[in-house]
Design a protein around this ligand. Structure first.
Ligand code: PLP
Length: 460
């Protein structure tokens, strides 16, 4: 959690002292239980989990089959260190996961979270370069704004000035190119031409940095928290692949948020038939039942490392049988309930509803995303791209209005990034049409309250 990751403001009565500290010392309501898309607090209130937490609870809360599978595994063993034993849940999960990934992405390395996943991708890329005689390659080009994790290695490829500023002297901050915010551009180019132009910025950066020093490019195929579900024009994706191939650079897809089915395909990159070299997954893979993440890569990258003595990297809890049993059951439920198809279908309904709200509230400048990873950007004047006065804290206020009405949505402002306010809607993939209606009605009321409070234009 970052200091700019916005949370609903705490209620005054909830400000009791605690030994816990996270974003601040302020406290939230005590959660009691969760089921499906809902949370209940100890004081008896119900909340719709309209963002699946931070886009984690993909299959919804308290799924009985997942809980039963975890209990069965708990009765056998919860932990067996991967350097001492193989375990069946890890083997089976790796097999099942590989079957859902692009052909050949069948070597799986488990971790316990998203930052571990992206950092592992970077380290795999680097060690591969070293053992294949390319030790000069070490730079990982990223995009700005972006979020790839909070550990020092993953933060070094995160494009967010506020998150990085205290830690910059302690890490090797990596070069960045602009995220493809093509919808904002006021030029005479088509969206497809803009997509190519944004991709070509990668080539320019590679040449500026010295092509022999560049190891990899990391990006989210469907943007997450830093860009509020930004999607590039279709032309961007194949062009990026072409450029990476031209310079022998590895393409890392961070699918931590957009992967695991949320966008209506198993991987976000599947919408464009992308061929990344390494993929990072987490969040929805464990769906909140267990801390779980994974890196997937083809044998051609892994084999040279194994021949040279193995991947010099690992975490204690990686691939533990309990987390893997949870992940396996999560994927099982995704198949049984056909949740990826539901994410695609309900995503279509939800984006249409958000676009209808955009007609009602002219300060909604853009609605975007794929499947159930959707976002909207708010501006005082969408024509001139004039932002809402930051002092009005529009994102924070909107989250508060929704929370007060029993709906959790997500929002985050990135320092140095696009200066619009934004919010994201990403409910669990089990959501129904009726529940979307319930959410949209609260979002509409919350936008209305925001418009009144900040005197924002509502007529188009
Ligand atoms: N990568 C992306 C795209 C993310 O959205 C996140 C978390 O929000 C991470 C990496 C880091 O994951 P974690 O918080 O599990 O370390």
């Amino acid at each position: 959690m970052s200091k700019l990751e916005m949370q609903p403001s705490p209620e005054p009565e909830a400000r009791s002292p605690s030994h816990l500290f996270y974003l601040s010392s302020l406290r939230r309501p005590l959660v009691d239980r969760a089921e499906g898309i809902y949370f209940w607090t100890k004081d008896g209130r119900r909340f719709i989990d309209g963002s699946s937490g931070p886009m984690v609870a993909n299959i919804g809360h308290s799924n009985r089959n997942v809980l039963e599978a975890m209990k069965r595994q708990m009765d056998k063993t919860t932990f067996a260190y991967r350097l001492h034993f193989e375990n069946e849940p890890a083997e089976e999960l790796a097999r099942k996961l590989a079957s859902k990934l692009p052909a050949g992405m069948d070597r799986i390395f488990f971790v316990s979270g998203g930052s571990e996943a992206t950092e592992s991708c970077i380290k795999l890329a680097r060690q591969w370069a070293v053992v294949t005689g390319q030790p000069k390659r070490w730079k990982v080009i990223t995009r700005f704004p972006s979020y790839h994790g909070g550990t020092l290695g993953s933060l070094a490829v995160t494009g967010d000035d506020a998150l990085a500023e205290s830690f910059t002297p302690m890490m090797r901050v990596m070069p960045a190119i602009p995220a493809p915010t093509a919808w904002r551009d006021r030029d005479n180019l088509s969206m497809e031409q803009r997509g190519v132009r944004y991709a070509d910025m990668l080539e320019e950066k590679i040449l500026a940095e010295g092509q022999e020093s560049v190891l990899a490019f990391i990006m989210e195929p469907v943007g997450g928290a830093a860009t509020a579900a930004l999607v590039a024009p279709d032309s961007y994706y194949p062009r990026i692949r072409e450029i990476c191939d031209r310079y022998g650079i590895l393409l890392i897809h961070d699918e931590v948020m957009c992967g695991s089915g949320r966008t209506g395909k198993f991987l976000g990159g599947d919408h464009w038939n992308c061929r990344p070299d390494i993929v990072a997954l987490s969040k929805g893979l464990g769906s909140g039942y267990a801390p779980l993440g994974a890196l997937a890569a083809p044998m051609r990258l892994v084999e040279p490392l194994l021949a040279a003595g193995g991947f010099q990297h690992g975490h204690t809890y990686a691939g533990n049988p309990l987390a893997c049993a949870a992940g396996l059951a999560v994927l099982g439920e995704m198949d049984r309930l056909d949740l990826i198809a539901n994410a695609a279908a309900m995503g279509d309904v939800l984006i249409d509803e958000l676009k209808a709200l955009q007609k009602r509230f002219s300060f909604i400048a853009d609605v975007r995303g794929k499947g159930l990873l959707l976002g909207a950007e708010l501006l005082a004047d969408p024509e001139t791209l004039k932002p809402i006065d930051p002092a009005r804290k529009a994102t924070q206020r909107l989250l508060d209005h929704a929370y007060a009405r029993g709906l959790i949505i997500y929002g985050r402002k990135v320092k140095g990034g696009v200066d619009g306010d934004n919010f994201m809607v990403a409910p669990p993939m089990i959501i129904t049409r009726e529940q979307i209606g319930e959410m949209i009605s609260i979002i509409g009321d919350s936008l209305e309250a925001l418009a009144n409070e900040l005197d924002l234009p509502v007529e188009r």
